[in-house]
Design a protein around this ligand. Structure first.
Ligand code: BJW
Ligand code: ZN
Length: 258
């Protein structure tokens, strides 16, 4: 490790150590080392599809069977994955300190799993069901496209989405697609946390998809600091107080302590 990298790690650790309130924003990159493919970038293709092609209400209307099959395939893949040291470090941060709010764009549930595992290890109370704030929903739930009834994800490899038992409309995953509104309570809480935070730690996101991508900017404008962890560069990189280039599974355990 070069002196420059060591200094940046020390700077990020100090900023985080001194902060009273921390908001963490994560994206697909934090799950990459668990084996969950990211959306964008060189190795970032979910099979051969771009998210803009399948993660939309139009795609579901046009070809519900294709979209359903894509999600069933992803559910199977995620079921084989486990949280990595980056998830565990963030879980310890949230469990051991007051004033930490974790916001994720990920739908894979790995932050919650890591927090349950860490709570068991630390002998603390289990994380709240609403931990973390999942601004793009959760892949392990289905939602009726007609009456919005939410249920556990339907297992199996049936071609096409099953029908709702209440209203017979097709079920869809309980996630947020392009052009759809995020749950105002969830994104509102995330935005307030970003405004209140002394530091926003941004890890593994391309910071391209709004409104989540706007959270670090909220913290900066309110006078807080931004620490970024990413293997590449993003629109946040130049504005960040400290940018750490490298895999989140290696860097997060170094900077969040615990
Ligand atoms: C590592 C690593 C390692 C790799 N360690 N790092 C024009 C301007 C502004 C906004 C808009 C616009 N036109 C349309 C919009 C709105 C749109 C939007 O932002 N579009 C942009 C693309 C321009 N947003 C929306 O539609 C949202 N709704 C909304 O705004 O409602 C109001 C409205 C509607 C219509 C018009 C205007 C307003 C909804 C967004 C929903 C996003 N949904 C998805 C799918 C979720 C379900 C599913 O999983 O299938 O969410 S898309 C996909 O992108 C997913 C992700 O959560 C999201 C973000 O991706 P993320 O997490 O950043 O992943 P990647 O792959 O992009 O990046 C990975 C990063 O990790 C990279 O940087 C790597 O370098 C790094 N990395 N390995 C550390 N080991
Ligand atoms: Zn229904």
């Amino acid at each position: 490790m070069t002196t420059d990298v060591q200094e940046r790690i020390a700077h990020a650790t100090a900023i985080l150590g001194e902060a009273r309130r921390v908001v963490v924003l994560t994206g697909a990159g934090v799950s990459a080392e668990s084996g969950v493919p990211t959306f964008r970038g060189e190795r970032g293709l979910w099979r051969s599809y771009r998210p803009e092609e399948l993660a939309t209400p139009e795609a579901f209307r046009r070809d519900p069977a294709l979209v359903w099959e894509w999600y069933q395939w992803r559910r199977g893949l995620i079921a084989e994955c486990a949280p990595n040291p980056g998830h565990h470090a963030l879980a310890r941060l949230a469990l051991q300190r007051d004033g930490v709010i974790l916001v994720t764009q990920n739908v894979d549930g790995l932050h919650h799993r890591a927090a349950r595992e860490e709570a068991g290890r630390l002998g603390t109370a289990d994380p709240e069901p609403a931990f973390p704030l999942e601004v793009h929903g959760a892949i392990h739930r289905d939602r009726c496209s007609g009456c919005s009834r939410v249920t556990d994800a339907t297992p199996g490899e049936e071609p096409g989405p099953p029908r709702c038992v209440s209203c017979a409309s097709p079920l869809r995953p309980d996630v947020v697609w392009f052009g759809e509104s995020l749950d105002p309570t969830v994104i509102g809480a995330a935005q307030q946390a970003a405004l209140d935070a002394d530091v926003c730690l941004v890890a593994g996101t391309s910071a391209l998809v709004y409104p989540a991508a706007g959270l670090p900017e909220l913290t900066l404008r309110a006078g807080g600091a931004v620490v970024e962890v990413n293997v590449g560069s993003t629109p946040v990189t130049d504005a960040a107080t400290v940018s750490l280039h490298g895999p989140s599974g290696e860097i997060l355990p170094l900077i969040v302590g615990g």
